[in-house]
Design a protein around this ligand. Sequence first.
Ligand code: 13P
Length: 326
Amino acid sequence: MYEEIRATAAAMVETPKGILAADESSPTLTKRFDAHSIVSTEESRRDWREMLFRTPSLSSYVSGVILYDETFKQSTASGVRIPDFLNSLGIIPGIKVDTGAKPLSGRPGELVTEGLDGLGARLERYHAEGARFAKWRAVISIADDKPSAMCVSANAHALARYAKLCQETGIVPIVEPEVLMEGDHSIDRCFAVTSTVLAAVFAELRIFDIDFRGMVLKPSMVTPGTLADPSSVQEVAEASVQCYLDQVPASVAGIALLSGGQPDQVATDHLAAMNKIGLLPWPITFSFGRALQDGPLAAWGGRPENTASAQAALVERARANSAAVV
Ligand code: 13P
């Protein structure tokens, strides 16, 4: 029953490729556009994303693209549905299906990701329209009194319910528990929190009888907080790999990391250092958003005449990340 999703999951993380996370919600993409004085409309968002996907040789480095619902339903300027267009390039279309992180009642300042209501029917529609994987992001903050057991448990439970619905629909779930970098915490504290979160997530995934070969884990890296003294690239790589080795079953199809706001080259360096450690039970690759798109967005600036330089900037990042995983 799971043969198809196992094959898809393996293709998503197949060396030397990774995933392009282009699934920012419209408000989030508008904020990114605002920083470059780009007007955000349905059309300009489509133009930006179509320009990225048309980048020559993108499919040499990118196995799949995560889309936001708006883009999933759009067509290229010449009238080809975006999921069909990606398929024609040999790139697997994926879809973000959570509806965002919302305040967790009883725990001010903490969040729980919503979107389970009606999810089964939505997944069936997305599958019929070409989606072969999905994404759900849980967000965990670190502070003296965070995360609470309630926050970790609520998010882990939602991730498992989502993953089950995906697998029953023939869709590979990307399970994304993100521990945010904001704060003054040490790398050791991030290690402890990430370990607790991953342990809780995999405990729930086991209860829901998730097929690990048919899923991809998208964790954050183990780093010190943004307000703490930085660690070396090697320290981050070793702490991250140790944490994943402790918590992630060997049968998981692969780990595709988020970049979480790290400068693009730093994220790439971390990825390369993790892969140099070697002898890992799963591929570790990238599923970056900002670390792939920040450079291209600055180069594009909303102007069609900058297409070539924006695409060159994307290829540069995609190629560097691909080289990091071999
Ligand atoms: P970043 O790499 O910018 O963290 O985005 C990845 C992602 O998909 C967040 O959900």
